[in-house]
Write a protein that binds this ligand. Structure first.
Ligand code: ATP
Length: 311
């Protein structure tokens, strides 16, 4: 059985805007049939990358391949690629019902019944026009189009930023359930890493137009450990190790460490009454992209590092 969804490869892709280099010689593979989290600080090139995949623009140089082909003016891949950005990418002065009809006509995989369910979920009136919607409702409509399209390559670029917390969690749950029922390739760009981390199988981190890391989320998490317990005991245990983050609540401390612990360390931690747990991706992300580390040194984790599980 072939893998559902379109895979993506980029070879030496550079995108310039005048003197700005938004993407700088990017080599990247996004696996077909996965949810990939696209992470990066402001201006790191995430939206530019999404625009290239959706053939909204052509790179200055390098090769973009979607399902093995150049997506630019490609009649075969175009209906199978759906990019939704924070702005919603909808027809502002056209009623929601007509927007849906227009969108569905261009996409053979569009599921109108699912779109209707999503309108109900987000309490959107099919008679209203996107121009009159609040920011959050407009985002919800963009999400409705993006999910109901069931495109083999779906790129959701900060689509959920305007949503309130209940709507965001409804979006995450719906995305996951629909992805499991209809596997495809989803690229999810977000600054809300704590919220989306349970969804993503692979992680791509962009930093100033370059790929800093491509890794599956589980092996990435395994590259660190969180240590929780009485502050004194935690401090003694973590002394001399690479600390990614510290949280203190009264006399309890939780410290995120980089690097896996060996068996004797695990025994020592347990003997000291400390709890060990997985590392939040957010801590690893902040560590890797910390502007205070802009000393030209290579970050500790890279795709070319010999870390176990890196692909
Ligand atoms: N159309 C454009 N014209 C000129 N510069 C642009 C254009 N689009 C993007 N850029 C620049 O390219 C760089 C990357 O921008 P991009 O929007 O891809 O980043 P991003 O990671 O999506 O950022 P954010 O998280 O803030 O949305 C930035 O320096 C941005 O100013």
């Amino acid at each position: 059985m072939s893998t559902p969804g379109y895979g993506v490869t980029l070879h030496g892709v550079t995108q310039r805007f005048g003197r700005t280099v938004a993407l700088d010689g990017v080599d990247l593979e996004i696996r077909a049939g996965t949810i990939t989290g696209l992470l990066g600080r402001n201006g790191s090139g995430k939206t530019t990358l999404g625009s290239l995949l959706a053939a909204f623009r052509r790179p200055t140089s390098g090769q973009v391949r979607v399902d093995g082909e150049d997506p630019w003016e490609n009649e075969r891949t175009a209906p199978g690629v759906c990019l939704v950005r924070e702005s919603g990418d909808v027809l502002d002065d056209v009623r929601i019902a007509d927007n849906l009809a227009f969108f569905a006509g261009a996409r053979p995989t569009f599921d109108r019944a699912f779109a209707a369910e999503l309108l109900d979920l987000f309490e959107l009136d099919p008679r209203s026009k996107p121009a009159k919607l609040s920011r959050g409702k407009k985002s919800a409509f963009g999400i409705t189009l993006g999910l109901a399209a069931r495109a083999p390559l779906t790129i959701l670029d900060e689509v959920h930023l305007g949503l309130d917390a209940p709507s965001r969690y409804a979006f995450y749950d719906t995305l996951l359930a629909d992805y499991l029922a209809h596997p495809r390739t989803i690229v999810l760009s977000s600054h809300l890493i704590e919220e989306v981390e349970r969804l993503v199988e692979d992680v791509v981190v962009l930093d100033r137009g370059k790929v800093l890391l491509v890794q599956d989320a589980d092996s990435l998490r395994a590259e660190g450990v969180s240590v929780t317990g009485p502050a004194d005991a935690v401090d003694a245990f973590v002394a001399g190790r690479t600390v990614l983050g510290t949280q203190r609540l009264g006399r309890t401390s939780q410290v995120t460490l980089r690097g896996a612990l060996d068996a004797p360390d695990v025994d020592r931690a347990r003997a000291a009454g400390l709890e060990l747990g997985p590392v939040p991706l957010q801590d690893l992300f902040v560590h890797l992209t910390d502007p205070r580390r802009r000393d030209g040194a290579a970050p500790a984790t890279r795709t070319d590092a010999p870390a176990g599980g890196t692909r």
